[in-house]
Design a protein around this ligand. Sequence first.
Ligand SMILES: [Zn+2]
Length: 115
Amino acid sequence: MAKTPTSWRKRKRSSIYGTSVWKKLRAAKLGRDPVCQICERRNRAVIATTVDHITPLSKGGAPYPPLDQLFSLCTRCHQLKTARDHPRHSTDTKAAFAGSDIHGNPLDPFHEWNA
Ligand SMILES: [Zn+2]
């Protein structure tokens, strides 16, 4: 990629997902990490269909970050993450991410990364 336009900084978060830059980034991410990175922590291999930001744009995350700052998610995990961003649904997502994985780490990846 050559120059990164600066005008996106003033746009609303939903607008970046329609850009060619995002589509390329999304394709690159799914190419590198084709398995859902949350299900992977639970020792399950689920094909990822969605790419999301680890640091939400609303919290200062870059719209087009490096691939390691993006999440490959399956449809279900993406829905859970979206629900988590809206506190009224937090009961469901807390239950979904409760507990620990086989290494004893918390299953909830957003807990540490969004802190
Ligand atoms: Zn998943």
